[in-house]
Write a protein that binds this ligand. Sequence first.
Ligand code: AMP
Length: 290
Amino acid sequence: MDLIRRMKLLTDLSSLTQWTASCRAAGGEIGFVPTMGALHLGHMALIHAARKACAHVVASIFVNPTQFGPNEDFARYPRTLDQDRQLLAEAGCDALFVPEAGEIYPVGFQTSIHIELGNSLCGRMRPGHFDGVAVVVTILLNRVRPDVAFFGLKDYQQFLLIRRLVGDLAMPVRVVGIPTVREADGLAMSSRNRYLTADERQRAGFLYQALMAARQAYRQGERDVQVLEALSRRILESGGVDGVEYIELRDAQTLEPVVVCRDNNAPVMLVAARVGGTRLIDNMVLSIVD
Ligand code: AMP
């Protein structure tokens, strides 16, 4: 409890502004970790990286309505603020910003941001999703004005898109990507994993198996894009993951489809699949070495 009390809880913009001003006065960089809460060890890896790199660490929890489609899980998205505060405090986070929706999107709000990188893959399956991500990340970065912002590579397309956004709009922040934290069977940790039944949870492990198989084949010399994609797809199907939205090999920087694999240009295999009613995503760069 003491730990929790030491971490500043910032519920409105003026307290956030006060806190960031005091950090700037004290000196040292501000590291920022935006989240939607329902925190797990994947989020904590971002906090730890921020803690290591920056004098001041602030996280945010905001379940952003504009990045959910009309038939998606906004209403039932897990909200576990007490547990989240405990985890953040234990990880050494200095402050937590938990804004109300009206403070992020005041009455009359009408701006949207569209980034071409968000047209394919998850953006194609979830129209408007990345526009919502881009706008909320821009608002949060403008409010917090961190020196460094930390994002997970688990959301690979999102990471590239945010890096593009920050570069294109000349936002004065460094964007750092943190490797995916996984469960013992390789399943990428996700707030949505808690939706899975025991049977679905067991099948969900095949996303990782499918990616690993492609990487192993790549390491053994396979360079045919269709062969690599078909191999991953077969593994998903053999594991009972039949709701595959996409499993595709893409250029790891541009996300353009890969026509020919070149050795000095490791591609990334990206997957999105429904397991039961739950949509899961994962990815793996097919590097030659770890
Ligand atoms: P979310 O709360 O799902 O919006 O995620 C907040 C941040 O945590 C995003 O930058 C995610 O990419 C990152 N993240 C989520 N799961 C993981 C994971 N398993 N490993 C590393 N980062 C993650």
